[in-house]
Design a protein around this ligand. Sequence first.
Ligand code: SF4
Ligand SMILES: [Zn+2]
Length: 395
Amino acid sequence: MENLKKTKNIVENKIKELRDMTPNKHFEHTKLAEIEINKFFFEGKTVDRVMVVLRANGCEHYKKNGGCSMCSHFNGTDRNANITTEEYIEQWESVLSGKNFDNDNIKFDINDYPVVCVYNLGSLLNKNEISTEAVRYIFQSLNKQKGVKKVIIESRAEYITEETISNIRDVYINGILEVGIGIESTNITIREVCHHKELEDLEIAKEAIKILHKYNCQALAYINFKPIFLTEREAIEDAIKTALDCFDMGFDAISIEPTSLQDYSLANYLYQLGQYRVPWLWSIRDVVQGIYNNLDARDLDIRLGGYFDEEVLSGSQGVGYEEKNEIFPHMTSLNCDRCSNKFIENIKKFNMTYKLEELYDIEKCDKCYKIWEDTKKIKDSRNIESRVLDILGDE
Ligand code: SF4
Ligand SMILES: [Zn+2]
């Protein structure tokens, strides 16, 4: 435990140093960070879902401890912001009115979308990030939208309490509510050092699942695939084990989230040093296959996060790299330039059908398949602590 704390501190200090170098941005408090439409597998078929990202106060874990090693969502928030209930409500009302989107020709009606995600670049259930009243208002209004069947939100496990869930369930009575929780890894060293998750005790997550089920809500686990400091093989094994553990813990669904690179994250810093590569797409297939090999996955809800055909209705995403949305990664997991696009298309098909065959409908690539196989053979005899010390140095 002593070693874990010491190594975690080294990682935390580096994350904070990078955050301190990050320019703060100012955003209008009454405008959404983003709204987009993408495809989703729901009740046995592919449907359109709308994803609303509120411009919010920002993740408290980032403000207190620097945040997670792969995440730069703080880039989409004003560090000094204190967004009021009224401002959140104005943002939400702009979704309902469908006005002020970048493309005025779009006729938007939330009732056309059976699945709606409401995100805030942090925890929607943390009242320091978004007020209880604003959350209640949003769900009260969603309860009246008869076309909306399911709402997905995200929260760190510690904010899932009887109080926060009943605040929603009191007003959002009939629809399905799913809460995504970042577990990342069930291995404490990987979760606390490599992800810097600040979730030492998984009992907190188990308690959260119990509360969600009590209020007839669903629990979704986010599993970050290939954090920093792991080899490709270790990352594959960790993701498979974590997925199996999450189903054992009682999660109803899992989403494998391959690491992507956002500016100013520690993962991005190590990539710039040549000490990190995003996961191979071939490895994602190994992860899904590994889960299917161990469970009868036909009835399980397993998603591959980040791969959807999206249509951005509004947001600060521009055409050029410099104008891209603050929270968009500049690199996602990849193979080589010859086969990555085809692979990603098949991942999207998997997300729309949950058919494993989609991930096998890809020929072995002459250019990169062998390199990937060799990469999987690379071993690192050092423990995680030594790797952190070697790469980041002592405190
Ligand atoms: S992954 Fe979630 S908990 Fe971690 S820093 Fe990002 S928003 Fe915060
Ligand atoms: Zn290739």
